[in-house]
Ligand binder design. Structure first.
Ligand SMILES: Cc1cc2nc3c(=O)[nH]c(=O)nc-3n(C[C@H](O)[C@H](O)[C@H](O)COP(=O)(O)O)c2cc1C
Length: 415
């Protein structure tokens, strides 16, 4: 009986569109199941992936995040026309939030000579030019990831092999918590002394102030992938015997100090989150239990999200790659630290992304490679899941008939 009634409603909903979609969703709330209604398309359901989310005063239209992606295309840390093209394209992608790549807080904090920086007035004005152009056509929230490469600095870009460049080869002296090289035989990084630690904390603050001036909507601290702040966390790279090394509390000290200092410098209403490597994937390294402790400490300090990635610190890592392989980290951190999380890593299927949010495994889902492969991933996901995205008016005529409702607030007129 109930199934028949629902089928009838489903048929009418094809004609009446979104108003009746709400009716169907209402019925599901009362526990009715209706395979016929579901089978004609997912769009009869309310997508959780396309539901809004708030980070402090920042309202996101959906749960899709474009993950930070190094472009190795800056000059002396300053953004170039490549950034205009790259970010221009992704800012039309319909995602809820677009992160700029790991952005160095000092020249030695760049991974490669082509990495973006925000340590000079020139860097700031080059980025302002890009943001002005992007914002002229897109109101997508923009986040920036501030980073220091630590011992992974002074490298060639991946397309040139990624090797460490010595000072004789035109590279620079890298820094780290301890003088432990990444690969045996490589020149060791210089262990930071107290003045060096102080300088780096200050550099994060100065860059955060620049990011605030540029009007970024969100800021993420890069504590992942074997870069400097992760190197302080992991016992594999942190062999210090002062207040910044040894027990967990000491290894967390610099990341937490940087967080506090940046939080104080970053406008109170704007969100600040942290990307972590939830595990080193190496016995005796940084692991999920310690990550949960870090997340709890960050939450107490007003952290707005944890972006749960993994690995990148040790060449010994063994990563069991599979779709969504890092999602369990986002879930555990969210459950045990009670903080919003971003799930990331090999999430490419819209239904998978939908499920992650709907099951409460993470609040947001980030994609990196998937958005390079298909910069309109969010449009296509919206079409598949019955969500809607905002698109530039120049593209309003794009959707095929079966996805005709995918754009929000469109209007047409011709003479
Ligand atoms: C080209 C490229 C550049 C990346 N650069 C960064 C970066 O700047 N900061 C960062 O935290 N992660 C970086 N990552 C990692 C991604 O943000 C993401 O965590 C990872 O690729 C897994 O997501 P995916 O499977 O959707 O690609 C990069 C990944 C790629 C492919």
């Amino acid at each position: 009986m109930a199934a028949d009634a629902v089928k009838r409603i489903a048929r009418i909903s094809i004609l009446a569109g979104r108003a009746l979609t709400r009716t169907l969703v209402g019925l599901t709330r009362y526990g009715l199941t209706f395979s016929a209604a579901q089978s004609f398309q997912d769009s009869s359901m309310t997508s959780q992936l396309f539901s809004p989310f708030k980070l402090r005063s920042l309202a996101l239209e959906n749960r899709i995040v474009v993950s930070p992606m190094c472009q190795y295309s800056a000059e002396n840390g300053s953004a170039t026309d490549w950034h205009l093209m790259h970010l221009g394209s992704l800012s039309l992608s319909g995602a809820g939030l677009l992160f700029l790549e790991a952005t160095a807080v000092e020249p030695a904090g760049r991974i490669t000579p082509g990495c973006l920086g925000l340590y000079s007035d020139d860097n700031e004005s080059a980025l302002r030019r890009i943001l002005d152009a992007v914002r002229r056509y897109s109101d997508m929230p923009l986040g920036i990831q501030l980073a220091h490469a630590g011992r992974k600095g002074s490298s060639l870009p991946p397309w040139a092999g990624g090797q460490l460049q010595t000072t004789e080869q035109g590279g620079w002296q890298t820094v780290a918590p301890s003088a432990v090289p990444t690969l045996p035989g490589e020149p060791a990084p210089a262990a930071l002394d107290p003045a060096g630690i102080e300088r780096i904390r200050g550099a994060f603050v100065t860059s955060a102030r620049r990011a605030a001036r540029l009007g970024f909507d969100a800021l993420e601290l890069h504590c992942a992938h074997g870069y400097l702040l992760h190197e302080f966390l992991s016992p594999l790279t942190n062999r210090r015997d002062d207040a910044y090394g040894g027990v967990l509390e000491n290894r967390m000290r610099l990341p937490l100090e940087v967080f506090d200092a940046v939080r104080a410098a970053w406008p109170a209403q704007r969100p600040l989150g942290v990307r972590v490597s939830a595990t080193d994937w190496v016995e005796g390294g940084w692991d999920l239990g310690q990550t949960v402790e870090l997340a709890r400490a960050l939450k107490r300090r007003g952290c707005d999200w944890i972006d749960a990635s993994s690995g990148g610190l040790s060449p010994q890592q063994k990563i069991p790659l599979a779709p969504g392989y890092q999602v369990p980290f986002a879930r555990r951190i969210r459950e045990e630290a009670g903080i919003p999380t971003i799930a990331v890593g090999l999430i490419t299927d819209p239904r998978h992304a939908e499920e992650i949010v709907a099951k409460g495994e993470a609040d947001l889902v980030a994609l990196a490679r998937g958005t390079l492969w298909d910069p309109r991933w969010s449009w296509h996901a919206a079409a598949a899941l019955g969500g809607q995205v905002r698109a530039p008016k120049q593209y309003w005529r794009a959707p095929p008939r079966e996805a005709k409702d995918v754009f929000r607030e469109t209007e047409f007129g011709m003479r």
